[in-house]
Design a protein around this ligand. Structure first.
Ligand code: XMP
Length: 511
């Protein structure tokens, strides 16, 4: 196993992800971790992350002594490289020649870090983000790669098996970065690479058991991937100490409620309480046009209904959530010794209100890893492979006020659109696809008559994390086929448009 010491980089989790992808177990700990703790973890290698600090600063983070005392391979990335040089007798300076974004490294020397990946004499693309740079190497090190802004862009002390890179091998913008990291974990540190999602599952099950003991847990199901995977995992750990609550707010897609209920009670035998609260939600949303008021109303009602159901159960000590890594902003405080963790969740405010502790078994994972875990546990593809769906559901895809009729229209449009996407084999290539009902009516002609009906918009985007998105480039024949079906089959809709806005400047949802 590998230990990653976090110095506060935005992309530390990506290091862990790359290490896991290569089949090696790893954990991320703050750089303030105690020497004894590091030793008892017994890692085969240590990776030092990047971070926002400058080693020139008085209180800048330092690498714990134990890291070098263990005599195991160490790889310093960005700040990790600088701190390593600073502490082992080299020199780091802030420089006018900052590098942000794409850069090139000239490989000037062979090393075990580059073996089989980058040959001496080649020029390779990397991704940089640094102001400071190393200007003098510590004794024993030699330079293996240089860039315009970083004369010591890659360094190695092969004798002590210490390595440093100024660029970020963990991001996808460094094309062979994952292979370099694999060289470090497999060939240099000697990890075998037989760790899988099944091992993750077993480990998490053990953790959940330890955390929960014989107490009760409740979990809110949303119909989405994350809460479904979390619930199945927790159920495997503690069985019927878990109860799921599914609040149907009436803003879900066609067939979605039944699919979830069937899978959970049928296939997995998980205790599930389904509460149909659609009338309540619809009543409170009557006449509401403002997107923020819609979101807040739905959020508030969700919490109220959930709480009511939880009380009927006699309460619980733990609340389970399918929080993923991108939902969590985890930052290491660089001046003090404490770790600050901020957590964003969908059922905002629930845990505090109900005085419950959180169980969040997916908080280190990215969406596609959660899908793999779900498949590993046998959750059917129609749930694991599902596109993300917003908490407020169709309410934010009906622009202007919400009525039952509009919900019906939108469900029909959406299901035709998704059916066509599936049968064209495009569903998995798209991050998210959905229809939006517009608050405009347009004139059309059907048969020999005039129509004056709703217009709708279709949206489909590709994305890795929902933070940025590109429009999916359907071909025209596909779009016109879908538009034809919608106008012909959904009474009340006579015009279809395709949204061609990326994010930014648009957002994925319209409200
Ligand atoms: P935007 O529209 O902000 O959406 O580009 C980014 C991603 O987040 C989803 N989304 C939500 N998910 N609760 C959620 O669970 C919400 O209130 C919410 N609003 C947007 C959206 O579908 C997209 O995947």
């Amino acid at each position: 196993k590998i230990l990653i010491l976090d110095f506060g980089s935005q992309v530390t989790q990506l290091i862990a992800r790359r290490v896991r992808e290569s089949g090696v177990y790893c954990e991320i700990w703050p750089y303030t971790s105690k020497n004894e703790k590091i030793r008892s973890f017994a890692p085969k290698g240590i990776i030092l992350s990047g971070g926002p600090a400058s080693v020139a600063d008085q209180d800048s983070p330092r690498i714990p002594d134990e890291v070098f005392a263990l005599n195991i391979p160490v790889l310093g990335i960005c700040y990790g490289e600088q701190a390593m040089c600073h502490q082992l007798g080299g020199q780091v300076e802030s420089s006018d020649h900052r590098e942000f974004g794409r850069a090139h490294v000239d490989v000037v020397e062979d090393s075990s870090l580059c073996r089989g990946v980058w040959a001496r004499g080649s020029r390779e693309q990397v991704w940089m983000s640094h102001g400071d740079r190393v200007v003098k190497l510590p004794p024993g090190f030699k330079v293996i790669g240089t860039s315009e802004g970083a004369p010591y862009a890659m360094i190695a002390d092969e004798g002590r098996r210490l390595y440093g890179v100024q660029f970020h091998p963990e991001v996808v913008h460094t094309p062979h970065g994952a292979a370099l990291l694999k060289n470090f974990t497999h060939n240099i540190a000697g990890c075998r690479g037989n760790w899988t999602m099944a091992s993750f599952r077993d480990l998490e099950i053990e953790r959940i058991r330890q955390q929960v003991g014989d107490k009760k847990v409740i979990c809110g199901l949303s119909g989405g991937v994350d809460s479904a995977v979390a619930a199945v995992l927790i159920h495997q750990a503690i069985g019927d100490q878990l109860t799921c609550i599914f609040v149907d707010h009436g803003m879900l897609r066609q067939g979605e409620v039944d699919e979830v209920v069937k899978t959970f009670t049928g296939q997995f035998n998980i205790p599930l309480i389904k509460r149909d609260a659609s009338d309540l939600f619809l009543k409170e949303l009557e006449g509401v046009k403002d997107p923020e008021i819609k979101r807040k109303t739905i959020g508030r009602l969700f919490v109220e209904v959930f709480e009511e159901e939880a009380k009927k159960l006699g309460g619980a000590d733990f609340l389970a959530q399918g929080t993923l890594y991108p939902d969590v902003i985890e930052s290491v405080s660089v001046t003090g010794s404490s770790v600050t963790i901020k957590s964003h969740h969908n059922v905002g405010g629930l845990p505090e209100r109900m005085n419950m502790q959180l169980v969040e078994p997916l908080r280190d994972l990215f969406k596609d890893e959660v899908r793999d875990l779900g498949r590993e546990m046998g959750i059917p593809e129609n749930i694991v492979g599902r596109h993300p769906f917003p908490g407020p559901g169709l309410a934010i895809r009906i622009l202007s006020d919400i009525t039952n009729d509009k919900l019906d229209l939108l469900r029909k449009i959406d299901s035709i659109y998704l059916e066509e996407i599936r049968s064209a084999g495009l569903y998995d290539a798209i991050w998210q696809a959905f229809a939006v009902l517009l608050p405009v009516r347009t004139v059309g002609v059907m048969g020999d008559g005039r129509t004056y009906d709703h217009a709708c918009a279709l949206r489909a985007v590709t994305s890795v994390d929902g933070m940025t998105a590109d429009v999916y480039p359907f071909d025209m024949a596909f779009l016109t086929r879908v538009a034809g079906r919608i106008v012909n089959e959904v009474r009340g809709v006579n015009r279809v448009t395709y949204d061609i806005t990326s994010k930014p400047p648009g957002t994925i949802e319209w409200e």
